[in-house]
Design a protein around this ligand. Structure first.
Ligand code: GLA
Length: 747
């Protein structure tokens, strides 16, 4: 609901004097399924449930993934509406946003369609983010004046969430101004984050009318904090259905701004306004000289092969070397990949040098060879949030190459994990697991990743089938672990799913032991392999997995159901479900609130930009680093823009996630919309995230919470995103809706 409010604030078109003639419909009758007769006027709705369109059907308890549902609205349309319009040409039905494709019927006749259903020519096309506007001519005979009209909406949803979700349906007889709309898009997000002032907003005025309309088009860039207008352009413009008008507006894309465009029509004096929040880059560009960005500590078990890459930013080419490498280890001088193995337990410290044309830097590095791996949370990529079941070997390779080319590997991202969708329908005759045609050679893929110093991850289930309906490991656990070893697997995500069917039949299924059993079994099989395999439990937090995950030697455990790229999901999983879990995280064993939802995601072949606003994305990364969460990128890295790279490659922000103390943040303040989360760091300082989860921008005086947080005075304050020191006395911060002020403080 909160997300929806913001969505309205950001995108609403305000035509003040038109409001009097609008009819708003929030509640409908609803039914899952699909039946052509439900478009008609006389339908028995007695068994239909009530639903609202202010939030998705999923959040109202409707289960309908990959399926149809129908909404039916009843509305009396008074003839008096006509008198209030200067046009009197059409009746408009503004249906809002619909997840994902729809057809709308008025009194049994189709009046509009957006997106495509799976059975349509050219197949399914989702348009969840497009506001629907369907018009009917006043004299079409379709409208029943001063009587009941039925609006029937057929909705197809691909994956959750689904349905109508952006607020009331609006029925209106439009004025001229209502037929004019403004679309704002951002273009050219600076290719090089060091260049300031390169953002451009393209504000386009469109008209639905044939007759030319004139007026004044004003676009401005505003600082939401001071309210100051930073840039403004005003033009007299004329538009009609064939001719739209655009104004390009430059802005500094390193600053949080709002783009506001207004058109005032000359004849009626009525205006329409649209607001847009563009992406903005806070992370400063890395210096050209080498800079080490990864935690200088790495855990390995004796005898296990080491695959590690020193994360160093700076101009390429770069050369890596070390004069005191422990026996048995080697560094690839060209990419900084460390390989080899250590046979005896102990702590091995050595110095690594990185050198390029601009300079050189050294860093002391320690390998702790013992019983523990994952001394800091894993960083890398997983195929699920982007490709879903359409993952292929080529897609893994393309994201891996981009991880290196775009510099993410220089910041410690190293695990490249295939999620569900790689298994063949049948095992080999000897019972070993077989890959499907999308993965020509797991061994070659693993070898190549390792040659780059990257790591290789895979997915399976303790059940007969995975969540995607592929083969699981049941009754073949040891064989599968052996296959993983032979392919060079470094990470296993082990997903409950199909095991649920077996579990339901077990006599002790009320006990924690029954939840532990399948995970313990696989742990024993993994530990028989002569390599370190990060063990990632995925069972959505059942039986309070955080209390026993370490006992099955899990390196992380999912604490919740699946995340999706909406504020509701981020809020629920991040702020709603994590506050009590901090005692359970420690080096080697981490809570996992699920993978990242920035960049281009889609859970299918159809990728889209994350639905999170820029500020929600800052909140997401800040909170996940505070939570000492797994940092698994969920988007296609090959298509990653500079904004997303800047979110993921801020070495000071990532250092919080990778801090070797391994303490997960606690929520220390809960004050209405303001939440403060804080975690102690190994250097004696604290990482502090001040979050505004409310629907409007806020000013927060940090001092107000000092007592609650045990702070008497501040010795230092650093803005982690901007990598700048701030005043220790003036600690009053502007925090945009759903945004964050992320600090490192000493007190
Ligand atoms: C479950 C998991 C997801 C993903 C899918 C794959 O839903 O929670 O993260 O692995 O299965 O089918």
């Amino acid at each position: 609901m909160k997300r929806i409010l913001t969505a309205l604030v950001l995108t609403c078109t305000v035509s003040l004097q038109s409001f009097a003639q609008d009819i708003f419909l929030e509640n409908a009758k609803f039914r899952v399924g699909d039946d052509a007769s439900w478009s008609g006027v006389s339908v028995d709705e007695s068994s239909w449930r009530n639903i609202t369109n202010t939030t998705t059907w999923t959040s109202q308890g409707v289960k309908c993934e990959n399926g149809f549902g129908w909404y039916r609205y009843h509305v009396n349309i008074p003839k008096s509406l006509l008198e209030k319009s200067d046009l009197k040409e059409t009746v408009d039905f503004k249906m809002g946003k619909i997840d994902d494709a729809d057809e709308v019927y008025l009194n049994g006749k189709l009046i509009g369609k957006t997106g495509r259903f799976p059975s349509d020519a050219n197949g399914y096309l989702g348009q969840w983010n497009t506001p629907r506007l369907y018009s009917v001519k006043v004299n079409s005979g379709l409208i029943k004046w001063d009587a009941d009209n039925v609006i029937a909406v057929r909705v197809y949803n691909a994956g959750d969430p689904g349905g109508m979700f952006s607020g009331p349906v609006c029925v209106r007889v439009p004025n001229t101004i209502d037929n004019l709309s403004i679309v704002i898009k951002e273009k050219n997000l600076t290719p090089n984050p060091s260049t300031v002032g390169e953002g451009t907003a393209v504000c386009t005025l469109n008209s639905k009318m044939d007759a030319t309309k004139s007026g004044v088009f004003t676009v401005k860039v505003q600082d939401p904090e001071s309210g100051k207008v930073l840039t403004e352009k005003t033009q007299k413009v004329s538009v009609n259905a064939k001719k739209s008008r655009a104004i390009n507006l430059p802005y500094d894309n390193h600053q949080m701004v709002r783009i506001i465009a207004t058109f005032t029509e000359s004849k009626t004096g009525l205006s329409t306004t649209t607001q847009y929040i563009p992406k903005y880059i806070l992370t400063p560009a890395a210096p050209a000289e080498p800079r080490f960005n990864t935690t200088p500590l790495y855990g390995v078990r004796p005898g296990s092969p080491i695959h590690f890459r020193f994360g160093v930013s700076g101009e390429k080419p770069m050369k890596f070397s070390s004069d005191d490498l422990p026996n048995g280890l080697a560094i690839n001088p060209d990419n900084g990949a460390l390989s080899g193995k250590l046979d005896r337990p102990g702590s091995y410290t050595f110095t690594v040098k990185a050198k390029n044309a601009k300079g050189e830097q050294t860093q002391k590095f320690t390998i702790r060879c013992g019983s523990k791996i994952a001394l800091t949370p894993p960083m890398g990529w997983n195929s699920w949030n982007c490709w879903g079941l359409s993952v292929t070997q080529d897609k893994v390779i393309s994201s891996s190459k981009a991880l290196i080319e775009k510099g993410l590997a220089d910041y410690g991202y190293c695990y490249m994990n295939i999620d569900d969708g790689w298994e063949a329908p049948k095992r080999n005759a000897d019972g070993t697991i077989a890959v499907n045609e999308k993965f020509p050679s797991m061994k070659e893929l693993g070898d190549w990743l390792h040659s780059e110093g990257l790591k290789f991850g895979i997915y399976s289930s303790p059940g007969d089938l995975t969540c995607g309906g592929y083969l699981g490991s049941i009754d073949h656990e040891l064989q599968d672990a052996e296959s993983y070893n032979s392919w060079g697997i470094d990470y296993l995500k082990y997903d409950w799913c199909g095991y649920g069917r077996k579990h339901r039949t077990e006599p002790d299924n009320q006990t924690v032991a029954s939840y532990v059993r399948p995970y313990l079994l696989m742990e024993r099989c993994l530990r028989q392999q002569p390599r370190d395999i990060f063990y990632s439990l995925c069972q959505y937090g059942m039986a309070e997995v955080w209390k026993w995950g370490h006992a099955v030697d899990a390196n992380s455990w999912r604490t919740t159901g699946d995340i999706t790229d909406t504020w509701e999901s981020l809020y629920d999983i991040g702020f709603g479900q994590q506050p009590d879990l901090y005692p359970y995280a420690q080096p080697g064993h981490w809570n996992d609130p699920d993978m990242l939802i920035v960049g281009k995601v889609g859970w299918s072949n159809n990728l889209r930009d994350s639905r999170l606003t820029p500020d929600e994305q800052y909140t997401h990364i800040s909170l996940w680093t505070l939570l000492a969460s797994n940092m698994l990128i969920g988007c296609d890295i090959a298509q990653m823009d500079d904004f997303t790279v800047s979110l993921l490659c801020n070495h000071e922000v990532n250092a919080v996630n990778q801090d070797i103390l391994g303490k997960q943040a606690q929520r220390v303040v809960l004050d209405g919309s303001i939440q403060i989360w804080s975690r102690p760091l190994s250097d004696g300082s604290y990482a502090v995230g001040i979050f505004n989860v409310g629907p409007s921008d806020a000013r927060v005086d940090f001092k107000k919470y000092f007592k609650e947080m045990g702070i008497s005075s501040l010795q230092s304050v650093r803005d982690l995103w901007r990598q700048q020191n701030l005043s220790t006395t003036d600690v009053n911060y502007f925090i945009p809706t759903h945004g964050v002020k992320y600090l490192k403080v000493r007190f």
